[in-house]
Design a protein around this ligand. Structure first.
Ligand code: PMP
Length: 422
């Protein structure tokens, strides 16, 4: 049996795999990976999936190996873990949240589950606001706040969710408005949803500063600041899901929410922080974090291996000024794509190293089949990219933050060829 046949036999049917002929990656270095057939690819999706810094980063590997040399991968969160305390101190200081406290999980989904549990417990309400076209995970509560049926594993959820406009601007009732009018229209929508669809005592709003899975949709700067004013009138907590937008990836700000002039009550994070190690977490105002009557939520979150690795990742980002690099190279990628004249490209958008290409039919309708074709054509050219969007018609580019200008140009060449084939 081939590996794909064995995969299909023992793993769930609903586990999606990219490509008609799925790739098995066996090694990686820098921004490149090699598959089981020896073919090398430039990876322009790894930065979002897990590898903020790329593959085989010596500083991260050394930190993890040093921990392994102690003989301890994990004991229990019942004991003091120095690396966990140190990482929490770093993240609390970076968060900008006054009195911040941090709880570590193993994934972004668990981080959002924790944040939702904190908010609902703190406010004694299971009513939650979420964005249309959002993605926050697929566990019991997170599946409810994920505002895209295509990404929801189940319609059952313990939270009662009302969805508002604002994330996806290219289509929908407010498409085409100026930034100021868009913010005004979405804020009015939020106000109406709160007063007509909830009993007012809503626990929280959860939102991604840039919708990731939803197709790298960038709302106008300030949208969430305007939302926050309405939320404050009702005492509703605001959770910024920074799983994709954190750690400087958007270039101009360390957290995606920085573009909105608001300090959230909580932020959730994961993925890139571990550069492949399983880590996520919540950073929250102390009063909110401390509202639970629990002795823990996860016994594995914040284990020594994950936390020493994550601390090395944060040091690397600061030491190499990768936020500035994300701004510069993100602009280069956006400019290169915007210069292309391809009729099937309806929209090129993004911030920093989160760049989306929305593919359309001649009449403007979403073109999901074209996104599949571009994904395959890029692969044939040795470039890995991502796919997403409400209509599955967006190509997502999110290279590791260590990407170089030459690699951006190489990706642009491959994309030019792949888009030219449409
Ligand atoms: N939030 C956002 C914004 C995400 O993009 C994701 C993952 N795509 C998650 C949460 C869930 O993270 P994980 O897959 O680590 O559970």
């Amino acid at each position: 049996m081939t590996l794909i046949e064995r995969h299909r036999a023992v793993l769930p049917n609903w586990l999606a795999l990219y490509y008609a002929d799925p790739i098995e990656i066996v090694s990686g270095h820098g921004r490149r990976v090699t598959d089981a057939n020896g073919k090398s690819y430039l990876d322009f999706f790894a930065g979002i999936l897990t590898n903020a810094l790329g593959y085989d980063v010596a500083e991260v590997g050394d930190a993890v190996r040093k921990q392994l040399d102690t003989g301890i991968m994990h004991t229990s969160t019942l004991y003091l873990i120095r690396a966990q305390v140190e990482l929490a101190e770093k993240i609390a200081a970076l968060s900008g949240i006054p009195d911040a406290k941090v709880f570590f999980t193993n994934s972004g989904t668990e981080a959002n589950e924790t944040a939702l549990m904190l908010a609902t417990q703190h406010r004694r309400s299971n009513q939650v606001l979420a964005m249309r076209n959002s993605y926050h995970g697929r566990a019991f509560a997170t599946v409810g706040v994920t505002g895209n049926r295509g990404w929801s594993a189940s319609a059952l959820s313990p939270v009662r969710v009302s969805y508002v406009h604002g994330g996806y601007r290219y289509r929908g009732p407010f498409a085409g408005l100026s930034d100021a009018d868009y913010i005004k229209a979405c804020t009015e929508d939020l106000r109406e949803v709160i007063t007509t669809m909830t009993s007012g005592d809503v626990a929280c709003m959860i939102a991604e500063p840039i919708q990731g899975v939803g197709g790298f949709c960038v709302p106008p700067d300030g949208l969430y600041g305007s939302f926050a004013e309405v939320l404050a009138e009702h005492g509703i907590l605001f959770i910024s899901d920074e799983v994709q937008t954190g750690w400087g990836r958007t270039g101009e700000h360390f957290w995606g929410i920085g573009a909105h002039g608001v300090t959230p009550d909580m932020m959730t994070f994961a993925k890139g922080l571990g550069n492949g190690l399983a880590i996520g977490g919540v950073v929250a105002r102390a009063e909110v974090m401390d509202c639970l009557n629990a002795n823990s939520i996860s016994t594995f979150g914040g284990n020594p291996v994950a936390t020493v690795g994550a601390a090395a990742v944060l040091d690397y980002i600061a030491d190499h000024d990768l936020q500035a690099s994300a701004a510069e190279l993100g602009d280069r990628l956006l400019a290169g794509l915007r210069a292309l004249e391809v009729p099937a490209v309806g929209d090129v958008r993004g911030k920093g190293l989160m760049v989306g290409i929305e593919l359309i039919e001649p009449d403007g309708a979403p073109a999901p089949a074209k996104a599949v074709a571009v994904l395959e054509a890029c692969r044939a050219r040795g470039l890995l990219v991502g796919k997403g969007g409400l209509h599955n018609n967006v190509i997502r580019l999110a290279p590791p933050m260590t990407v170089t200008a030459d690699e951006v140009d190489e990706a642009l060449d491959a994309l030019t060829g792949a888009l030219g084939e449409l």
